[in-house]
Design a protein around this ligand. Structure first.
Ligand SMILES: [Zn+2]
Length: 122
């Protein structure tokens, strides 16, 4: 399978497209304390319609994360299915949850015992 045949899901709507038809948004990971995106690995892929919806609302020349309003970006990422939020908020960061448990925690399915084991609560 060559590069041009590679397929990938849109991070927002999960439709599968050829990777080169997707828009790659990659702001990387930055120290942005006290932003909600502090240390978060902001990288995702969008299909054309989702990219247009994203781009319409974002300020001009906003490929630079330092001028991109974090709140808008954060809220946009929070509309992704949990499977696509996970690499951004969990495995792309210095966090300690497995991908599966992060998703379970977001769904409120993690028990207090498990949370204690992870050191999330004392
Ligand atoms: Zn999409």
């Amino acid at each position: 399978m060559g590069f041009l045949d590679e397929k990938c899901e849109c991070s927002k709507c999960c439709e599968v497209h050829l990777t080169y038809n997707l828009h790659c948004i990659d702001f990387g990971r930055e120290d942005k304390y006290p932003s909600m995106l502090d240390g978060v690995y902001v990288s995702f892929k969008l299909c054309d319609p989702c990219f247009r919806a994203f781009d319409k609302k974002c300020p001009k020349d906003s490929n630079d994360v330092s001028v991109f309003p974090d709140e808008y970006l954060y809220n946009f990422i929070k509309t992704f299915p949990l499977e696509h939020q996970e690499p951004i908020f969990n495995s792309g960061c210095n966090t300690y949850l497995s991908s599966e448990d992060w998703i379970r925690d977001e769904r409120g399915e993690l028990s207090d015992i498990e949370k204690r084991e992870y050191g999330m609560i004392v």
